[in-house]
Design a binder for this molecule. Structure first.
Ligand SMILES: [Zn+2]
Length: 288
């Protein structure tokens, strides 16, 4: 149990390019859940919002050949697929259009323009979505297929990416698979009346190979996931396996789509939470 007078502590247990696992001690379930919800819904990122398709025939200047400006999909479907491409985000450079100093007309701080110019037969990939200007803003996953073009088909379009959050549309969702679970203390003591068959049943019901049964004993293979054993511990009515949850000690896991690193995502979430509480505090202070 955490010492509440000392405030919460955080330990980084895993940090990859796109995933993280932290242990947070000293917060309540509601507080950790607020962080989880902020990670899911309130992180900013760039995503393609407007697509301008060239209409009418497209001429290849080199060969003089004419192409139809059509694809195997409706333009709306192509635009949707472009919107879902993960794009790199720099929270220091980019801001929402409605919060930008340009007044929302569009400038290098609130939008990125991409061009697409492909002639069939071919498949158009994310790598064909080319940023005008800064090449570091190219889509993060170059091999995502977008649409196939037939022999006489071509795609010529300009796409504009703007900053948004997942509250508006899931294409602006940075963090995925965000979940947390309390630390659990798992105790095994074979009680009178309990049998090997009973214990084996408990082990078999555990997710993955979290519980191992050998020599009449149950052992937990990963202590951090102990909370997952809560339902299967109930299978032994003799009470040989006890799972106690610590309501002040949590494991928080999440992944990002690469637009922000896990570290940036977590920092931004905490900053955003603080901003919202600050706004609430100011609103309360303004009450005469
Ligand atoms: Zn702007």
């Amino acid at each position: 149990m955490a010492d509440e007078s000392r405030g919460p502590t955080v330990e980084l247990l895993e940090l990859g390019a796109r995933r993280a696992k932290l242990e947070i001690v000293g917060l309540t379930t509601s507080q950790v859940n607020a962080v989880r919800r902020t990670l899911i819904a309130d992180l900013p990122k760039l995503a393609i919002e407007d697509v301008e398709f060239h209409l009418g025939p497209i001429r290849d200047e080199a060969t003089g050949k004419d192409y139809d400006s059509s694809t195997s999909m409706f333009d709306e479907a192509v635009a949707l697929r472009l919107g879902l491409l993960p794009l790199p985000m720099d929270t220091g450079t980019f801001r929402r259009r409605d919060e930008c100093s340009c007044g929302g007309t569009g400038c290098p701080h609130c939008q990125v323009i991409y061009s697409i110019d492909r002639k069939g037969p071919c498949t158009v990939y994310a790598k064909d979505v080319v940023p005008l200007g800064d090449a570091s803003l190219a889509p993060l996953e170059p091999e995502i297929p977008i649409v196939r073009l037939g022999a006489r088909q071509a795609l010529l379009a300009y796409a504009t990416a703007v900053v948004g959050t997942a509250r508006e549309h899931s294409k602006w969702q940075v963090a995925h698979a965000v979940g947390f679970s309390p630390r659990a203390r798992v105790k095994f003591q074979k009680k009178p009346g309990c049998s090997d068959a009973c214990l084996k049943r408990v082990a078999d019901a555990a997710p993955g190979s979290l519980l191992q049964f050998a020599n009449g004993k149950l052992t937990v293979t990963n202590e951090d996931d102990g909370a997952l054993l809560l339902p299967c511990a109930a299978l032994c009515e003799h009470g040989s396996l006890k799972v106690e949850l610590d309501e002040r000690d949590f494991f928080l896991r999440f992944e990002t789509d690469g637009s922000l690193s896990p570290r940036e995502a977590f920092r931004y979430a905490l900053k955003d939470l603080r901003r919202r509480w600050e706004e609430l505090r100011e609103a309360v202070q303004a009450i005469p």
